[in-house]
Write a protein that binds this ligand. Structure first.
Ligand code: SF4
Length: 473
């Protein structure tokens, strides 16, 4: 029977299972407030110390069952060197929000020399791109055995453990090779790829011995995948990840269909055997007949973005150039941003260049994409100016004006709070062109002369050049 969706679980049901003492130890004013945040997945049950006590064990178990995601959460690695896969409650993002962003694991292989391996690991570990104020990074390293030599695999695993702090995926169809890698990193709990219909006994034994999560692989065979999962569960394995197969290029539609069937079966039909995180391997774009590496990297990026949307919880990738990996990271960021909370920056005053007492003063909204676009246009034109960022609840200028979140009163408040009046001798404020209709009210509310700037901040350099300093009112 299908488990109820998280959106159908009410705070009252959760509240009834809490201690209901309103003690405040969780930092919330009362148990009902805690229950509401628990249902919204903003807190975990562990934040309530009393429920952890033995006398509440029964309620705790009921709460765990009530709040458990239909797609199990599986942790790979340990401590800081770990990532959580899955833990999904919904099929469509607009139903609630996605949790646990897809883990992007970059591949290395055991044919590389130690120097080549270290160099690639450093590039993976240091990869960082600032996108609207957030650092986008890679999450894991996937070591593939291409030599089939347990000694080389062990040496490469040791090098990764010494060089890089990311969680690890070990990939080989040979249980003996995987065992060599697992034994090189005791306690690190790598994800093992993969058990299939030919090797599942040895793989299951290895995963149980080393307490590692295990990938179950049955390319394009969902019945086989279910059957293998059932068998492995019967052997006592709980932390499983499913690999239904990735077929880039002409097989992409088929790939999506298999992934979607797994996810719908788990969430809509309550199929526990398919209720595990899904592994996508866009790296397969490099293993076909295509020899042009640029074309392979393009196909990999395309496959990755499709699998991010439908419904991979971990991706194994090869391409490490910015143009191929950045679309994946940016799409992941957008997909996993909570649709209920706009991405915002801190309101307040920003200085650019070397502003003096005659420099322009501009105002904008605190929607992150708006702010960073304005910031980029100001910086690339080397403008010296002040920018007052108004708290519009994370809405863009146009939406905020329509919803009265960007208002004359708000501009006046932000201007006063910024203290910019003490830094300039003039009283002229430039508002965004998209807020032109507020100019009269803003002039009244602030007592400043208000100029209407361009609708698009890319027009700011030309606007400032032509209109600043402004003539007499
Ligand atoms: S710590 Fe637990 S019992 Fe105390 S107020 Fe919070 S939810 Fe209620």
């Amino acid at each position: 029977m299908a488990k109820r969706s998280i959106t159908e679980t009410s705070p009252i049901e959760v509240y009834r299972l809490l201690p209901r003492t309103n003690c405040g130890e969780c930092g919330e004013p009362n148990c009902m407030a805690f229950a509401t945040r628990l249902v919204n997945r903003e807190l975990t049950i562990d934040a309530c110390p009393p429920i952890l006590r033995p006398e509440h064990a029964g309620d705790r178990a009921d709460l765990d069952a009530l709040l458990a995601p239909p797609v199990r959460a599986v942790r790979i690695g340990r401590g800081e060197r770990s990532a959580v896969l899955g833990g999904k409650y919904i099929v469509q993002r607009h139903e609630f929000t996605y949790h646990n962003p897809t883990c992007c694991a970059l591949s290395v292989d055991d044919s590389l020399s130690r120097d080549q391996l270290v160099q690639r690991l450093r590039t993976i570990g240091e990869f960082s791109y600032n996108y609207i104020g957030r650092d986008l990074r890679l999450d894991a390293v996937a070591l593939r055995s291409v030599t089939g030599d347990p000694g080389r695999f062990r040496a490469a695993t040791e090098t990764i453990a010494e060089t890089c702090k990311l969680p690890l995926v070990l990939c080989s169809p040979d249980p003996g090779v995987l065992r060599a890698g697992v034994e090189a990193v005791p306690g690190l709990r790598p994800l093992l790829h993969a058990a299939d219909s030919t090797n599942w006994r040895e793989m299951a034994t290895l995963a149980l011995d080393a307490d590692c999560p295990l990938v179950v692989s049955a390319p394009d065979d969902l019945a086989g995948l279910r059957s293998l999962t059932k068998t492995l569960r019967a052997w006592g394995l709980e932390d499983l990840v499913l690999d239904p197969g990735t077929f880039p290029g002409g097989g992409l539609a088929h790939t999506v269909r298999n992934f979607a069937r797994c996810r719908y079966a788990a969430i809509r039909d309550g199929d526990e055997l398919l209720g595990y995180p899904l592994l996508g391997a866009p790296i397969a774009a490099f293993t076909g007949e295509e020899l042009d590496s640029t074309r392979c990297a393009f196909d990999e990026a395309l496959t990755a973005s499709v699998q991010l949307s439908r419904y991979a919880d971990i991706l194994i990738l090869q391409g490490l150039e910015g143009w191929s990996v950045l679309p994946t990271l940016i799409w992941r960021f957008n997909l996993y941003t909570d649709p209920r909370k706009p991405v915002a920056v801190e309101p307040g005053l920003r200085e650019f260049g070397s502003p003096d007492r005659q420099s322009p003063v501009l105002v904008t909204a605190n929607y992150a994409l708006t702010y960073f676009t304005v910031e980029s246009d100001i910086k690339s034109a080397n403008l010296s100016c002040y920018l007052v960022v108004e708290d519009t609840g994370g809405l863009s200028v146009e939406s905020a004006v329509a919803g009265r979140y960007f208002s004359a009163a708000g501009i006046a408040e932000a201007l006063a709070a910024s203290g910019v009046d003490e830094r300039v001798d003039h009283r002229v404020l430039i508002i965004p062109g998209l807020a032109a209709r507020l100019s009269g009210e803003a002039a009244e509310a602030t007592g400043w002369r208000v100029l209407v700037g361009p609708k698009d901040s890319s027009g700011l350099p030309a606007y400032i050049k032509e209109r600043w300093p402004p003539g007499p009112a």
